[in-house]
Write a protein that binds this ligand. Structure first.
Ligand code: MRU
Length: 368
């Protein structure tokens, strides 16, 4: 996507054997800084501390991280160690394990001498594929927005979409998943307006989604996480559209903590609740999201403290809670398939069910 007229991706490689470059998302929206990754350890750190985040981008960074690791040690042992180190960074998003499985399958049969260059090529291919997947989700989502607009009828007013967390281009290599249809609708001249949940505790909505939408000129308002129900009760949400970190074959959707509450409010108010779902985010080996998906628990400090820009322009961290308070930080929750109106994949829209998913991905029928 464009920043001040210049096209960017969230991750890229500088020349053939240069460093891997990322946008350091821990500094946004206050500073747009590029960070170079030279080693496996730096790539793993970037995922763990969320310099890069969002399921598809975590997968892409893991792929490049593996390539960086093989530069140092391309033996069988090096390949295994790099995969283990990257797998341990964040547990919830499917894309991480998916990307590593895919590269490992291709790299294992190769000689150690051939592995580093092959790994870089595979990582670059995976990134290009991610861009194509998200662009296709955008096209299918645009069709959904047009249908809902036509069904709504009534007086002309903006089409209000509520989103949670950041499922924009920063969470992927480009386009985003849940934000791709919004960008496409805006570019097609549809008057869209986005309610941006701030998304405590890390504020991906307030910091990243708001920044992205502003850069693209899409109308939006940041709201506190608990405002969604109120907005829906007053007819101010036409569509809830979110991303996902892992969706299982039954259609249960895991996404940023708080997504489930939006789905409950949407069901109570008859608001369509759709999930943008790239193929690599589907976990075909699981069928019960609540029981099986590992939910990341992050540092309590992300709950007890907040970082922002002071009037003087420097970044400061402040404490929100009484000294010594106990806090817990569950990063994701699971929305049962029964609360999901539909899934938007790169292959089209489907019901949040095994039958719906298998109609689009028949090759997965035997993957259970
Ligand atoms: O903890 P994060 O910021 O990595 O969580 C990101 C999300 O929950 C996104 O909604 C999800 O990864 C989909 S991104 C296209």
């Amino acid at each position: 996507m464009n920043i001040n007229g210049t096209p960017w991706r969230s991750i890229w490689m500088n020349q053939d054997h240069g460093p891997v470059c990322i946008i350091d998302q821990t500094l946004l929206p206050h500073e747009l800084a590029v960070r170079e990754l030279h080693t496996l350890e730096q790539a793993a750190e970037a995922i763990t501390v969320m310099r890069v985040r969002g399921a598809p981008l975590i997968g892409a960074t893991a792929a490049y991280g593996l390539a960086l690791g093989l530069r140092a040690d391309a033996s069988d042992h090096g390949l295994l160690r790099a995969c283990e180190q990257l797998t341990a960074t964040r547990p919830t998003a499917s894309n991480l394990a998916w990307a590593l499985r895919r590269l490992r399958r291709e790299l294992e049969p190769l000689s150690a001498a051939d592995r580093p260059a092959a790994a870089l090529r595979l990582a670059a291919d995976l990134c290009d594929e991610d861009v194509a997947i998200n662009a296709a989700i955008g096209d299918h989502g645009l069709r959904l927005i047009r249908q809902l607009l036509a069904a709504r009828g009534g007086p002309a007013r903006p089409f209000h979409i509520l989103t949670h967390c950041n499922a924009g281009w920063l969470a992927t290599v480009d386009w985003g998943t849940a934000l791709a249809p919004i960008y496409k609708a805006h570019d097609a001249g549809i008057d869209v307006h986005v309610w941006v949940d701030e998304t405590r505790p890390r504020n991906q909505g307030a910091a990243l989604t708001a920044w992205e939408l502003a850069a693209h000129g899409v109308a939006h308002d940041v709201v506190v996480d608990n405002a969604g129900g109120h907005l829906m009760q007053h007819g101010l949400v036409d569509l809830v559209l979110v991303g996902t970190d892992r969706t299982v074959r039954s259609g249960d959707v895991c996404n940023k903590i708080g997504t489930y509450l939006k789905a409950l409010a949407a069901a109570d108010n008859g608001v369509p609740f759709h999930v943008a779902l790239p193929g690599p985010t589907i976990d075909w080996a699981m069928d019960d999201g609540l029981r099986q998906i590992p939910i990341e628990e992050r540092s309590a400090r992300e709950v007890t403290h907040l970082t922002g820009r002071s009037e003087q322009g420097d970044l400061r961290e402040v404490q929100l809670v009484p000294d010594g308070v106990s806090a817990r930080n569950f990063a994701f929750d699971v929305t049962p398939a029964r609360l999901v109106t539909g899934l938007l994949t790169e292959r089209g829209a489907c019901a949040a069910s095994e039958a719906g998913l298998l109609a689009l991905y028949p090759e997965q029928a035997s993957a259970a």
